[in-house]
Design a protein around this ligand. Structure first.
Ligand code: GLA
Length: 387
């Protein structure tokens, strides 16, 4: 945090009064289950977005981006709609969402920096929404529960950006626990338990280098498919409210009532919920091989049933089967590009990543970036001492 405070002070000539930090996240298992009120195993990463702020008089706000030196400026009276392709939407959207809850954010000067890779599937946008929101919380005395802060960020995506995403990204950024995965139930919207990553294993994130922009992707179409499948299944099984309530057996029995595409989308979500719970049991039994096998199963289901993979993501997972040292790999997050995650033995993690990188470069022509991931703590904020 120190560097951002120094940079802010140098740029504005006066120190920030509050600072906040929010991490990116990895979806470990439970793909597209959050908006179906299902289960997800996820974690926060050590890569963070930091947001420092100082309230000012008037209506004019400035945000200095210390990644590239640019500045965004806007008036609080003029933020009702998003400006195309501008990251400050994720800050303005928070102010708009808070206003809907009758919470007022005053004008400010702010500084932002981030180590969360952009448009990769590690939730850089949720990290920005959450860090800005938490800075507003400190600066303007806003009282909301942690789950409600996640809903504010989701509201930015749903209403301001037009992406009908679930709560996973913001929730993981806020509730993440260092060195642990969190098992979340997105019906009750609570962390059911934390689960440690088995000792001696690491998660390697390998970027397919295909930028995924969910706003322009088929993400919303997938959500509609899931909802129409759930609607048809509810006519057969009255207790079904979302796909989370459907067992694999029920889905098979009801197959003739669904369109082929709806059936496959439902298969993915029902299978993913089941895989999350099986993963937790495998980890309880210290069965790392079974845990990893579920990652491969998940990816295969994305590829075939949910059709949210790409040839580049598929190739990275194919390499995970042949390069030694990997127990499982899958796409992580919305899909349609972005990252894969690989469960590998820690001792050989760097060598594994180098080998995958070289093979991918040879076939696809571009060297994929990789990160040997550390699992970090969820978001935090604090007031700074006036000097
Ligand atoms: C994106 C969305 C999340 C979730 C995942 C897929 O990250 O923002 O809400 O749906 O995709 O699991």
């Amino acid at each position: 945090m120190e560097k951002l405070i120094r940079d802010f002070t140098e740029f504005y000539g006066v120190a920030p009064t509050v600072i906040a930090r929010a991490p990116g996240r990895l979806e470990i298992l439970g793909n597209h289950t959050d908006y179906n009120q299902g289960y997800v195993l996820s974690c926060a990463v050590a890569q963070n977005t930091r947001f420092a702020l100082r309230p000012v008089d008037g209506k004019h706000c400035r945000i200095k981006d210390f990644r590239d030196g640019s500045v965004r400026e806007f008036d609080l009276d003029n933020i009702a709609t998003a400006v195309p392709k501008d990251w400050s939407n994720y800050v303005k959207g928070v102010i708009v969402e808070l206003a809907k809850r009758s919470i007022k954010v005053g004008a400010f000067d702010a500084g932002m920096e981030s180590s969360v890779p952009l448009s990769a599937g590690m939730s850089s946008s949720a990290a920005l929404e959450t860090s800005a929101g938490f800075a507003f919380r400190e600066a303007f005395g806003i009282e909301l529960s942690k789950a409600d802060w996640a809903r504010v960020g989701q509201g930015v995506e749903n209403n301001y950006m037009g992406l009908k995403s679930g709560l996973l990204d913001q929730f993981s950024s806020i509730f993440g626990k260092k060195d642990s995965m969190i098992l979340t139930d997105f019906r009750s919207v609570e962390v059911l338990r934390t689960v440690a990553l088995p000792a001696g294993y690491s998660i390697v994130v390998i970027n397919s280098m295909v930028k995924h922009n969910l706003v322009d992707s088929e993400y919303n179409v997938r959500r509609e498919d899931c909802e129409s499948a759930a609607h048809k299944l509810a006519q057969i099984y009255p207790d079904v409210k979302t796909l989370r309530d459907v067992t694999p057996e029920q889905l098979e029995n009801a197959r003739p009532a669904l369109g082929e595409r709806e059936y496959r989308r439902a298969c993915h979500v029902v299978g993913e919920c089941d895989r999350v719970l099986r993963a937790v049991r495998a980890l309880e039994n210290n069965d790392v091989a079974a845990f990893g096998a579920l990652w491969f199963e998940s990816h295969e289901s994305s590829r075939v049933n949910f059709e949210n993979s790409t040839p580049e993501l598929d190739y990275l997972v194919e390499l995970a089967h042949s390069v030694p040292g990997c127990l499982g790999a899958r796409l992580s997050g919305g899909g349609f590009g972005g990252i894969t995650i690989h469960l590998v033995e820690s001792a050989g993690a760097a060598e594994y990543a180098e080998r995958v990188q070289a093979a991918f470069k040879q076939r696809i022509g571009v060297a994929p970036e990789y990160i040997i991931c550390s699992i970090g703590d969820g978001a935090e904020s604090k007031k700074l001492q006036e000097k």
